[in-house]
Write a protein that binds this ligand. Sequence first.
Ligand SMILES: Cc1ncc(COP(=O)(O)O)c(C=O)c1O
Length: 381
Amino acid sequence: MSEDGFISLAEPFLGENARRYVLDCLETNFVSSVGPYVDRFEREFAAYVGTAHAVACASGTAALHIAMRLIDLAPGDEVLVPTLTFIASANPILYERGTPVLVDSEARSWNLDPEPILTELSRRARAGARQPKALMLVHLLGRPADLAPLVAACDHHGIHLIEDAAEALGGHYTAGPFIGRQVGTIGRIGCFSFNGNKLITTGGGGMLVTDDAAFAKRAKHLTTQARLPGAAYWHDEVGYNYRLTNMAAALGVAQLEQLPDLLARKRLIAERYGAALAALPGVTLPAAVPGSTASHWLYSILVADQGLRDKLVTALAAERIQVRPIWTPLHRMPMYADCPRLGQDTADDLADRGLSLPCSAGLTAEQQQRVIQALYSRLAH
Ligand SMILES: Cc1ncc(COP(=O)(O)O)c(C=O)c1O
């Protein structure tokens, strides 16, 4: 946290081993994409989330793009995706010339609403119409999505379930058919981000997890320019340079060691906000999703209307407190404006009134109190 009183939304919280492991890379000269930390990070990440395989990538977006390639997404293939998400959940669909089908959000969890999806899949089945190729399910802001009905529907209709768990590392289910399972491990493929503002960071990076050995092998191949082993530069398909460097992976290994502490800190911050803001008139706090534990990545509230939300962003910025609107729904942006949509306007309402509050793992109680005071001084009557 900066010394000049600025409170940022979400910034890295690095422990001593981050320095040690990165120094190790420098001292051994393994600074690039070869080196022991990449394998170790993949192994330890897979063990943490509980999948057979993990493939490190240059970013969460890269991991999602590889996921689209693994399912052989072809031009015109439809992929269901929430309209309220960070744009990287959907862009990889367009990279492959697929058609995003934008799904509305559920008011309680802000995750995508299963109802219009289930209705549409049944309608198509009755009409003998083609089903979407995949569902890109996002665990928004760290809250595990209501997966059970969607998993059953995807199985039934032969739809690939991909989980965008970029924001939700550590989130897991505590009841129901997926009890004990981490987010990102239930679909055929799960993707995580290690961008600087995420639960753990590698500076920039991502991970693709799967239980499917063939998927994991091809994912590694695609992230390394689809180059075949051997001295000749022989590539058997179009791949990418989507590798994670050894230095980045070294940070990842250190951050993974810190993860239980980071999650505990995030939880405490969420609990403090919950207790302090519950009495504020006109504010809706994030609801817990029954049967799950969130990662509490970003603590986001709803205020009365968009005008007030925008005023708060400006007013708190003047007090050196960074608060942010949540994302603009995809359907409002030109690249997505013509995409088919399912559901109504809940996503618009959440986007207009949503406000994310500072919640870095290193946020002190005093700093958090400053944020709470700033909100009280403008919202309490
Ligand atoms: C929901 C979601 N998906 C995908 C990404 C993309 O991850 P990255 O920034 O590592 O490419 C992010 C975050 O940045 C995200 O929040």
